[in-house]
Design a protein around this ligand. Structure first.
Ligand code: AMP
Ligand code: MG
Length: 425
């Protein structure tokens, strides 16, 4: 598919005002152009952590492989137990996890068994050791110690049946999946290769860390928040530094970035194409749409294709970079990584602990701090001043308070939507 041509047609066909594009609309538009990069590699399961499975995984056997005991105790036949009096049984051996009892268990027999020990042939039930008294040649099981056949016994295949699909393509590998893959005896799996993301900052005022500032200059922090957010998503990062607003230099940077990376992200003036030459340049290199999103912070946003690479032009303001990354770029990267059922940011309702100020007009992503209220529910307050240059507001926040465009000032006690940042930041 020639996605650049499609993007061009799309932008013409779209009837939304690019100077006031709703957040959902921008998200949906970007979504139209995303497909997993789909390059597969085989890696050791340890290296698969935070990657995405590129093939279905079937269980090669039952897990667990044998019926086994859920308790330390005694394996026996339920039918041998007197319902109302203690039952003496004969000890014929022991079954340890890893060392099964080899014989058969017959009427009146008991086998000492430990958690994970294989159930002896003939036994159907385990009585926990606390309800049994060991004797020199056996055990006395207390009346009522078990109430039904099969108690305290784990069944072969109760976790996974042989041949069952354990994971489907697109499954992210987290600690639980790592453990499950290991329990299946797999030491290698197919995963999608890491996304390569190139990024640079634009702005004559920006100085890289490690250099002294001259009058009017500031340190380039966006490349570091971007680096951090990209690493959290397990992307391969290509940091291209600060690129000055010089046409030839900028063109070279875009060409290099698009040739080496799956995704190109910039922050600063370039994103909105303030300078006409930037728009002309991106028009020459690919197809990019320049929007003003009806949101705060994060109004200017550009999305498009430069060659085969996806391009995100983020605003320059440090908070706006993070908000637009979480609201637009994150889901896009997860899709490109091949993830199924992308979990958008976890969202729930909390109650305002304090009044909140908002002018109607745009969707706002105010930075919030959650806490438990007296009723053990969640309440939220803002971090204070909400300027889009106040990066400490992101550091203090554990959530965004998402306020719909038509919302105005809100009183304490009003329920609001919050997006959890915990674990993402
Ligand atoms: P711009 O979108 O380029 O007009 O930038 C908006 C604001 O964000 C200005 O105050 C810039 O100085 C600031 N800014 C832009 N890029 C960066 C950066 N990489 N790191 C820190 N601040 C930045
Ligand atoms: Mg700038």
């Amino acid at each position: 598919m020639d996605s650049i041509r499609t993007l061009r047609e799309f932008s013409c066909a779209d009837d939304y005002d690019p100077n006031s594009l709703p957040v959902d609309r921008a998200r949906a538009l970007i979504g139209e152009f995303l497909a997993p990069i789909g390059v597969v590699e085989r890696v050791h399961i340890r290296a698969a952590l935070d990657r995405v499975l590129a093939a279905d995984i079937e269980s090669p056997f039952d897990v667990p492989g044998h019926d086994n005991s859920a308790m330390d105790g005694w394996a026996l036949r339920f039918a041998d137990l007197h319902p109302s009096t203690d039952t003496p049984l004969r000890r014929i051996g022991a079954s340890f996890a890893g060392t099964p009892f080899a014989g058969d268990l017959g009427p009146g027999d008991a086998v000492r068994i430990f958690t994970g020990g294989v159930m002896p042939r003939g036994a159907d039930t385990v009585v926990m050791q606390e309800r049994a008294t060991e004797t020199p040649d056996g055990v006395i099981v207390a009346a009522g110690a078990v109430t039904r056949a099969g108690q305290n016994r784990r069944f072969a295949g109760e976790d996974l049946k042989r041949g069952a699909t354990v994971f489907r393509t697109g499954q992210p590998v987290r600690p639980a999946e790592l453990g499950m893959l290991a329990s299946l005896g797999l030491n290698e799996v197919s995963v999608y290769r890491k996304l390569r993301v190139a990024f640079f900052s634009t702005g004559d005022e920006l100085r890289p860390v490690g250099q002294p500032l001259r009058a009017g200059e500031i340190y380039d922090s966006n490349r570091y928040t971007l680096y951090g957010m990209l690493k959290r998503l397990n992307c391969e990062t290509i940091d291209m530094g600060v690129v000055p607003d010089v046409p030839e230099t900028l063109e070279r940077a875009f060409r290099t970035a698009a040739a080496t990376a799956d995704v190109v992200i910039t922050s600063g003036g370039v994103s909105v194409g303030e300078a006409d030459f930037v728009k002309a340049l991106l028009e020459k290199l690919g197809k990019v749409l320049f929007w003003k999103i009806a949101m705060k912070p994060g109004r200017p946003l550009a999305y498009g294709k430069i060659g085969d690479a996806h391009f995100f032009g983020l605003p320059g303001n440090p908070v706006a970079v993070m908000v637009t990354f979480y609201e637009f770029v994150r889901d896009a990267l997860l899709t490109l990584q091949g993830r199924r059922g992308i979990p958008t940011m976890p969202t729930f309702t909390a109650v305002l602990a304090e009044p909140l100020r908002k002018a109607p007009g745009r969707t706002e992503f105010q930075r919030g701090i959650l806490s438990r209220d007296a009723a053990k529910g969640w309440q939220v307050r803002t971090t204070g001043a909400q300027g889009s240059g106040i990066l400490s507001s992101m550091s203090q926040a554990d959530c965004f308070i998402v306020l719909a465009a038509d919302t105005g000032d809100l009183a304490a006690g009003t329920p609001v939507e919050v997006q959890l940042l915990e674990g993402l930041l």
